[in-house]
Design a protein. Sequence first.
Length: 521
Amino acid sequence: MKFSYKFILPYICLILFGIQCGGYKILAVFPIPAGSHEILGNGVVNHLLKAGHEVTYITPFPKNKTIPNLRYISVVDNIGHLNVTLINLKLLMSRNIQMDQDNIFDMMMNLTKNTLKNKNVLYLLNDPNEKFDLVLTQWTFNEESSGIAAAFNCPYIWFFPYEPSYISLALIDEVTNPSYTANIEMRDIPPFTFWQRLQLLKFQTWKIWNNYFYHRHIEKEVFDYTFKPILRRKNRTLPHYEELRLNASLIFGNYHVSMGQAIRLPQNYIPIGGQHIDEVVPTLPKDLKKIMDEATNGVIYFSMGSNLKCKDLPDSIKQALLKMFSRLNQTIIWKFEEPIPNIPKNVHILQWAPQLSILAHPNCILLISHGGLLSMNEAIHFGVPLISIPVFYDHLYNADKSVSKGIGVKVDLTDNLADDLKVAIHEILNNPIYRERMKETSFIYHHRLAPPGKVLVHWVEHVIATRGAVHLRSPALLVPWYQKMYLDLALLLCLGLVLILWILRKLYCFNLQYKVKSKQL
Ligand SMILES: *[C@@H]1O[C@H](CO)[C@@H](O)[C@H](O)[C@H]1NC(C)=O
Ligand SMILES: *[C@@H]1O[C@H](CO)[C@@H](O)[C@H](O)[C@H]1NC(C)=O
């Protein structure tokens, strides 16, 4: 019988294909107990599952449903470790408390420690039978979770929920130049004035100094304490924290240039902003759909995100807002966490709101939010202009950014909120420029080679297939700062100059002595 390649080829392909797409084992680490972080983590995990991979998911929000190829590792007690006074709107307004940098560092360090001593997590880390091809971990204001990759002896990828900045880029390339790069923790938008440039330089230098001299050794202690025994049990030695924290294969950024600044990026920074938004948006519940369909003057959707609660606002502000809304011709959908008595006809309260489906409705003409990156992202996705009432961290920067892009208006969180908001609403509804700019921005956002979920899966598979994608790493990572600035050369030149001056002086003195001597003779 003649042996036919035509016959056997499909089987060879099938076998090869089977090996290649056999599904990798991926450990996803998203321990921050906040709604927006959950949404981002779920998005990442869903894309990996859809691509046929097997995901173990460390999360404070495990679901009861069993999903094929998905295993939850619950860190549900992380929920108690977020300082709720920091996100209480009333307290934020009355005491003027600031979420300052050390505040965030301490809170996140506690959260990380709590994650790493969670018994489910420790069980997983210590189990000699557990194997992973990749750890995909959210950055939690420290680099402890790089140790998880060491425990499983596999490459790891950071997920950054924020726009790229010197903090993320320092982990794979180098810090950004503060003279023209916006900093998400400051609010200035380039081009900067002299004074702004000074402030940005001061802030960035202080932050790097502070991290290096005050935070790093705390991190190192926790790292050694947690991971040394684990690695010892597995008969391996733990790499140095300093080395491992800079050993990520890639960074996935919750970012797209339409949402932020056009920043210079190294090869292994992969923007996947918008990955959490499914291509098919769930349909609205019937009653809500009816409200939105019938809103001939348009719908204004008001939500302060999943962490901040509008019910915490002072009563006077709540009443003033309701009164102001009642005078508008638009329908207001307000995400508010408890029932309100005597609400005006055109205001609808929702304790939980399907934000994406609301924004996707053609009658939605305005989003009022806290300036969180996800809300801004979603507004751009659906092309809805926005008003931001920034509260903390990157909100201030996001709000100013939306103003500079011409897609939104900013309103401060003060006792005068209702009046200021009224002015802002009139501005957005009566000036078509916001809608036009938003349409352009939305076009840029959608005009990509591939949807962000596909990009995510591609790079995850690339990192695993190339055992850590070492070829993508920036050479800048290994060069000390003084060498980048050629300070060693400058020092050498200075020394050379001093030497030459010294020689000249010696010659001159010698000459003088010689002359004096020859006169005496
Ligand atoms: C509401 O609509 C009425 C009638 O169309 C109009 O006269 C009024 O100015 C509108 N009010 C606002 C606040 O736009
Ligand atoms: C850094 O990552 C590469 C690729 O994943 C790996 O081969 C190497 O062992 C890692 N280095 C350390 C110190 O863990």
